[in-house]
Ligand binder design. Sequence first.
Ligand code: 6PG
Length: 467
Amino acid sequence: NTFDFGIVGLGVMGRNLLLNMADQGHAVAGLDLDDDKVLSLTEEANSQHRIKATTAVEDFVALIRQPRAILILVPAGKPVDAVIQNLLPHLDKGDILIDGGNTCFTDTDRRYTELSAKGIHFFGMGISGGEKGARFGPSLMPGGNKEAYERLRPIFESIAAKVNGEPCVEYLGNGSAGNYVKMAHNGIEYGIMQLISEAYDLMKRGYELDDTTIQKVFEDWNNTELESYLIEITGHILKKKDTDGQILINLISDWAKSKGTGKWTSQNAMDLEVPLSTVDAAVAMREMSKNKPERIEASSKLIWNAEQTNTDLPAAIETLKEALYFSILITYAQGLALLTKASKEYNYELNLETIAKIWRGGCIIRSVVLEDFRKAYAKNSELKNILLDDSIAKTLNENQSSIRNTVQFAVQKGIPIAGLMNSLAYFDAYRSENLPTNLIQALRDYFGAHTYERTDTNGIFHTEWND
Ligand code: 6PG
């Protein structure tokens, strides 16, 4: 029992994380029921690696030094419970199990409680960065017991992505904090991807730019304040040619799939009463993308003849860039505001500066703006919303004419930009001292005697509106 760590599930993610750990000098045991996976891992390892993979649970557990640390990387849901049940008879008090999948945080809470009663420390850990990230440096979001984390810290810090030498992993908080933070990460991921696709649509159908020019715009944008992983890979994607030389993106079906994390983010934001309108729009647009036959039918019935526009192209692209930047900031703001509320609601004790810090590298939503957010939280850890930071507010104010012009252009052209529009609406609502929701209160009171509060005096009021 001299191995430092164990991984259950040797699919791509499990195998890559295991090899990443082995590269860093850790002795790692692997378990998978599939002989082929065990074999292919052994083949992939080099002579310096201290790796042992097996299909036998007993042998696997016996390899790992105590307290054992075991990462489970199997599909979220029932498979995780099955693995836990398999391992349990062989574990001892104080051992640590970590679920590294995109697990719903409420499942983690349940498992945390069940396993705590048995003396086992259970962690939910978000892992971001895809296959490459797992192999060469992911962003890791662990939540669970703080003391138990010390057993994991050196291993995780050694394999995580580094920004300015700082590892993109830190203990995040209690219970299901890790899975919750990863869920919010994915909500933001949904929002930004939607916004990027809208900017692409505006260039393609709005300004009628050719494929090469659009590709070049994204490539150039990655050298600006938009610098980020998702902008960078959009530039790569738009360049890719199919075997016959056609641009691949033009051959990809527009039916967007999803595994559910974005939807969970929106659902939970509604439960916590946190507005998340850009993410909601992103989820809705993926749903809309599924109705292809209906959309085809509607496209010949619901007609809008857009006027020809004369555009100064370089200026329009600059405006679009600023509009996209503005909306991306709003998307992060929504996700971070959700984390602020969730931290209180679920007693996670999250530190938003830490989260911004570990998202700067390794993860899918990494971008240069995360450093601005980290600084904002470093200045004021009680910041209710990132929009209230002076420096972020200044940036948004400077870019707001661009988002307004972009939205106007899209509306005139009949191009759906739910993400951009909702980002602007969030901004305008957030900065409105008075919203028209007083009328909603009056309507509720009129038809249902639901009562209302007044601006001029305290108390609960009801009016007989028909008298
Ligand atoms: C990451 C990604 C990863 C996965 C998404 C895809 O951080 O590495 O978020 O976890 O690719 O969950 O989600 P959808 O299938 O829902 O788009």
